[in-house]
Write a protein that binds this ligand. Structure first.
Ligand code: NAD
Ligand code: MG
Length: 387
């Protein structure tokens, strides 16, 4: 029998935008290169069952415990788990080589740490995890010798630009940002932005939370902190440039002034596939770049006066400790309130800033301290909503 040389992958968050793209990659690569061996989702059990049937997966988890029996009925003979415990089971599944973490928010943190402990390679899309506990995750991964492959397109680009280079020769990581749907809007108009307007991203099709984060630029702020931990550089070496076409996914500037960039069309299947096949490169059915059709690539400075998120993230990243977790938690609460129509668009950054100010002296960097800061930040952000 031919030996299997591909990757056996568990997808946490399989019904989301990244999860669906990952399944598309699995179809494209075929079972010789990528086998899906476990699937987990939050609430949509019917979709999860359909995915499990298509890929012949028996280990599945539904986070919402109330849907467990309905899922069991759809998958007779399957090994169905539920809740946080189920996520842990899947993250440590014996026959998995790699865990793709694409759960929105922070529910993926403990499963990520469990996966590392079990020696599984990680493909991380959930940026909130690295913002909250990047140092803990990366240190644990180093100690266990597991690979952390970034799926976020900017970080996947930087990962590619760093290959074969020496870490001490980096002078800057330059994250590109599309600028979101309000890139050119006057600051005064931003207060009246509606949910529908914020959900219209100019270049990427993504889940709701990250789309709102792209509109406020908190997405880029989170990514700055994510980059700092993934690549082990100081916050002062992480820069942002607005690039409306989203073709250059990010760049690395080296000490000699040379800049390496990674380019492709805007499809998350590119970084997902590379995370799975790394260090190999495999053909894709994706659209290649046509430079003549593109004609031009533009770059401009981020408008920090209109979009305070980049400044706030820089401050949180420089302060370190619990402050990135505070920024992330307050942002989640504020975005949720904006989605429910309870908070104005520009108030999102105000809620984050006031929560950060109130918790500025909150010390600590252990997992327990970070989780406590996350909880406290959510309480204070809730209070700030009412002001
Ligand atoms: P999404 O909202 O489309 O999907 C989220 C997925 O997580 C769904 O499958 C949902 O069922 C699942 N989920 C939510 N809570 C869960 C829980 N407690 N347990 C198990 N599953 C749970 O989000 P998305 O756009 O796919 O983004 C996922 C993550 O990837 C986010 O952290 C986002 O920042 C990051 N990311 C997304 C993109 C993108 O293009 N969509 C790009 C870069 C990074
Ligand atoms: Mg990104």
């Amino acid at each position: 029998m031919k030996e299997f040389t591909g990757k056996r992958v568990v997808i946490l968050g399989s019904t989301g935008s990244i999860g669906e793209s990952a399944l598309k990659v699995a179809r494209e690569l075929g079972p010789d290169q990528m086998q899906v061996v476990g699937l987990a989702a939050g609430t949509r059990h019917e979709e999860l069952a359909a995915q499990a049937k298509e890929f012949g997966v028996s280990d599945v988890c539904i986070y919402d415990e109330s849907r467990r029996s309905a899922l069991e009925e759809l998958l007779p003979g399957g090994n169905v788990s539920a809740g946080a415990e189920g996520l842990m089971e899947l993250a440590t599944l014996a026959n998995a080589d790699m865990i793709l973490v694409s759960i929105v928010g922070t529910a993926g943190l403990l499963p990520t740490l469990a996966a590392i402990e079990a020696g599984k390679d990680l493909a991380i899309a959930s940026k909130e995890i690295l913002v909250m506990a990047g140092e803990i995750v990366m240190t644990a991964a180093r100690e266990k010798g597991v690979n952390v492959l970034p799926v976020d397109s900017e970080h996947n680009a930087i990962f590619q630009c760093l290959e074969g280079q020496r870490g001490d020769s980096i002078s800057r990581l330059i994250l590109t940002a599309s600028g979101g749907p309000f890139r050119t809007w006057e600051k005064e108009k931003l207060a009246h932005v509606t949910l529908a307007q914020a959900l219209k991203h100019p270049t990427w099709s993504m889940g709701q939370k990250i789309t709102i984060d792209s509109a406020t630029m908190f997405n880029k702020g989170l990514e700055m902190i994510e980059a700092r931990w993934l690549f082990g550089v100081g916050m002062e070496k992480v820069d942002v440039i607005v690039h409306p076409q989203s073709i250059v996914h990010s760049m690395v500037e080296y000490l000699d002034g040379s800049v390496l960039a990674q380019l492709s069309t805007t499809d998350m299947c590119f970084p997902i596939q590379y995370a799975v096949t790394w260090p190999a490169r495999c053909p894709t059915g994706l659209k290649p770049l046509d430079f003549a059709e593109l004609a031009k690539l533009e770059f401009e400075a981020a408008r920090e006066d209109a979009f305070p998120a980049v400044r706030l993230a820089r401050e949180a990243g420089l302060a370190g400790g619990c402050l990135p977790a505070v920024l992330n938690a307050a942002n989640e609460v504020a975005v949720d309130a904006f989605v429910r129509g309870q908070l104005g668009f520009t108030r999102i950054a105000e809620v984050v800033e006031s929560t950060m100010e109130r918790l500025a002296s909150h010390q600590g960097q252990t997992l327990e301290e970070i989780l406590a800061a996350d909880t406290r930040a959510r309480e204070l952000a809730q209070e700030a909503l009412a002001v």
